[in-house]
Structure formats: C-alpha cells, structure tokens
Design a protein around this ligand. Structure first.
Ligand code: BG6
Length: 489
C-alpha cells in the first residue's frame, strides 16, 4: 500500500462532498489507505479546521450507508484531513504554506485532483509548477467535462500537458470505475462462450441506456451550457460502447486497452446532417410526476423561459468495421425519467427457423442484459419449455447472476476504485487524450447541426420514458427499447 498525499482542489465543492470524500472515507475504513497518507482539502473561503471537518462529516452522514460511519473510524479519518486555504486564480501565501506541508511528508507521491471548473485547470497547473509543488512522480486527475467541443477540449489538454506528461494525467470517467463495467470486461474476455458469439454474425443490435430520475441538482448554469450530449453521451455512453465493441486487447494494460477503445471511437460512422432526424432524437422535460411527487419542468428548474438544451438524447450509432458492420448500437440517456437505470442489452439474432411456429409460439431472441444500476446483475434470457406444460409451450427464462448475493462486503465506489488506481499508477480505466479527441470528433458535428437547425428538442413529461420520437430511431419494426421489469422472470 503506497503512502500518498491527495490534494483536492475544489475540496468543498459538490463533487468532493458527494463523491470524493465519501469514497476516500470508505477506502480508509476498508484499510486501503495507509494512515500516513494525507488528504488536503483546498477551499477558497477561510474556515477553521473544526468547521470544515463538521461540513465533511455531515456530508459523509448523508452519502454513506449508516453502518459505515462510526465514531472511531471518523476520528481516525479526521486525522488525515488537512484544510488548505487557496485561491487558485491568484498568487498568495497559501501556495507556499501548502508546499511546506507537502514537503514534510516522508513520501513523495502527490496526487492533484482538479474538481474545479476546467477554465481554472491551466492556472492551477501553472501555480503547481511555479510554487514547485509537483514532482516527477506526481499525478494529475482531471474531471469531465473536459471542454465543450473538440477545440476547447484540446486547448485544455494542451495547457495541462505543458506541466504534466500524458503518463501523469488521469482523465476520469467514473462509469469506468463501476464494478459491473469491469465485470463486462471479465465476461467478454474470460469466457469463450460469449467471445465467440460477439459479432455481427450473432448479434442483432445493442442498446445502452443510462436514465436518471434527478433533474438539475443545483447545477443549472453548468448543465444548460452542456446538455445531455456533452454531459453523458460524449463520455459515459461512448465509453460503455467501446467496452462492448472493442477487440480483445492482447494484455490488460492501459496502453493496449486504450488503443482498442480508440480504434472503436475512430470507427464510429459519422452521422450526416441528412440522417440526423432519423438517427438522433433530443428531448427536454416538462413538469410531471416521479414516484408520486410532482416535479417541475426543465425551464422552471432553470428559472429561464427559453432554452433549447437537451436533457434527453437517443441515438442510433453504427461502427464501420469488420466485426460490427450492420449492427446498430442504440444509445439513450435522459434526466427526470421514470426510473434510475443503467444497462447494456445485447440482443442476439433469431434462430434461423422456428419449429414452434405452427403452435403459434413466437420465439423471442436471446438477450444478455448487463445492468450497472440500480443493481449490478447480469441476466441471460433463453427460450425454454415451461416445466410440465405441453412440449411446445416455450417461454423466455432469465439465467440470473446477481452480485448483491454473491458478494458480502460493501463494494468500493467507482471513485474509490479509480483514485486508488491512480495512486497505484494504473491508468487502464482512465481516458487517453486521443480517446477524448476521437469522441469529440464524432459528437461535435451532431451538436453543431442541432445548433443550426430550426427544430427544438421534443418535450417529454417528467416521470415518463422519454420523448415519443425516441421510438423512431429503430430501423427494424421488430426492435424497441428494452424495459427490464417487463422481462424479469
Ligand atoms: C455525471 C453527470 O458525469 O454523471 C451527471 O455530469 C449525472 O449529470 C452523473 O447525473 C450520473 O452518474 P451516476 O453514477 O449517478 O449514474
């Protein structure tokens, strides 16, 4: 276990409080962090040690399971926290104080985590260099969204690359840290059964869904200039698509895995302006009801009467390569939908001839459902005979792999896993600059076309399954969005 210093810029921001500090507490409680490590919580507003710690404790109480936060653990964790007063944009004593504190450590592994606006990345890195805070073994973790299009993302990448090498930069996409996502790799690359069926000869189409019930969560200004395409599709959904579609890497090393993902991103067929209407649907929620609670529409939440920002996207993507030619990848994501769900559905082809047809039994295609949330499970739907029934009465049954029952301890969170990977210097589950470039290259023309179109997003009711138009993107009349609960057997 390596001793390290984590320097958290934006230490009192929403991400730190909701995700990063709870992840670090959990890692500490699970003894994955050496107690000689330290976490520097950088904030702009002067506050005493007790006040800051109380704020952190309150948010741990909110975001961790009740049983996880014990007095004894908290008191031990509190000892590794260090509040730091820093204004990133200006030169002041805080930087020198931070350097002195860092230099006191007997180890020199420094992880700088930029949980701040990307517009501040360059000036933060410049200060780290100027005040000699970084060293050759330092690592820099940067949060998405990295820019709002290809050019701005590259400008940010360029500016941070003046201070850190590509090997030192860890671009985080927390979806890659989710356990079920890593299981997808294990499933694909350690089971002959699936890998030999993993191509256009056997797979009919793939669906990747991330739906949320939450709305803006106080991030209105950020979200309105971002939208679902940049916030979710450019990163999380395309990363999941890569893991489904990539060729087997020759080794599980960062370089090999990232190279295979880049190839997939570069093989994504550009969507032409003339195809946009039938392949990309965008929506925006209006008021509705979720779990019997009335929720406001997007514009009301935003307190703005006009905005064309999309809160929902559905896309039909195609990968132009030998393995996937002709297999549509349907992607969808949206806020304020009927349920929180993230899943990948692999739909296999139908058998070539239905011998049950005469008895009017319609065969359903085999499907593999990899659910990432709310629960982590894998379901494999097979057609089988109903026990005791007539020999020709067949029905779909799901083989069910449920991680909830197969693992006993509290699972590490995505951020916990990824930050500890960065500590270990393992960048396999982080995004290479070239991946980000390739993803923006595919997404940019769609966004530009939307901006120049006179069309506006289609409205959908909060609590619904999304805009009606999202059904139109299926090229085959037999296809439809998969709804898990209807199929649970
Ligand atoms: C973030 C997006 O990257 O992912 C948020 O910025 C979104 O808008 C979140 O809510 C979803 O993450 P998860 O892990 O809750 O599905």
């Amino acid at each position: 276990m390596k001793k390290f210093d984590l320097i958290l810029f934006g230490g009192t921001g929403d991400l730190s409080m909701r995700k990063l500090l709870p992840a670090m507490y959990r890692a500490f409680a699970q003894k994955s962090i050496d107690p000689a490590s330290r976490i520097f919580v950088c904030c702009r507003k002067k506050q005493d040690y007790e006040t800051l710690n109380q704020t952190i404790k309150t948010s741990l109480e909110k975001y961790l399971e009740k049983s996880e936060l014990t007095d004894a653990q908290w008191q031990a964790f509190e000892k590794i926290l260090r509040p730091v007063l820093i204004d990133i944009a200006s030169d002041h004593q805080g930087w020198t104080d931070l350097k002195q504190e860092l230099d006191k450590a007997k180890h020199d592994l420094r992880i700088f985590y930029l949980a701040i606006m990307p517009s501040l990345y360059a000036s933060c890195c410049e200060k780290l260099a100027k005040y000699e805070l970084r060293n050759a073994s330092s690592r820099l973790i940067v949060e998405k969204p990295l820019g709002y299009d290809f050019d701005s993302a590259e400008a940010i990448n360029q500016s941070i690359s003046e201070y850190f090498t590509e090997e030192q930069i860890y671009r985080i996409d927390h979806y890659l840290g989710k356990e079920a996502v890593q299981n997808l790799l294990a499933l694909r690359f350690s089971n002959f059964l699936f890998e030999s069926l993993w191509d256009s000869k056997s797979i009919d189409h793939v669906q990747i869904t991330i739906t949320e019930t939450v709305g803006l969560e106080g991030r209105g200004e950020f979200y309105d200039s971002t939208g679902a395409m940049r916030d979710m599709v450019q990163n999380h959904l395309l990363q999941l698509l890569c893991l489904v579609a990539m060729e087997p890497p020759s080794r599980l090393s960062a370089e090999e895995v990232r190279n295979e993902k880049i190839k997939v991103l570069k093989s994504l067929k550009p969507i032409k302006a003339s195809e946009l209407k039938n392949t990309c649907v965008r929506g925006q929620y209006v008021s509705g009801q979720i779990d019997d609670v009335k929720v406001p529409g997007y514009l009301d939440e935003l307190e703005n009467i006009s905005s064309n920002t999309e809160t929902y996207v559905a896309i039909k993507a195609n990968i132009a390569n030998w393995r996937w030619a002709g297999v549509p990848f349907y992607l969808r994501t949206g806020k304020r939908l009927n349920k929180r769900n993230a899943e990948i559905v692999i739909q296999f082809k139908q058998v070539t001839h239905n011998i049950y047809e005469e008895n009017q039994f319609k065969l359903q295609p085999n499907r593999m459902v990899i659910q990432l949330q709310p629960e982590e499970k894998i379901l494999l739907y097979l057609m089988t005979k109903d026990l005791g029934a007539n020999e020709s009465e067949i029905m779909p049954i799901a083989l069910h792999l449920d991680y909830k029952h197969s693992t006993s301890s509290v699972k590490p969170s995505a951020y916990q896993r990824l930050i500890l990977d960065a500590v270990e210097g393992n960048s396999t589950l982080f995004i290479h600059r070239d991946e980000a470039k390739a993803a923006w290259s595919w997404v940019d023309p769609i966004i530009k076309q939307w901006q120049s179109d006179s069309d506006t997003p289609e409205f959908y009711k909060a609590g619904s399954t999304g805009p009606n138009a999202a059904k139109k993107i299926f090229e085959n009349a037999e296809h439809s969005w998969f709804e898990l609960e209807k199929h649970e057997v």
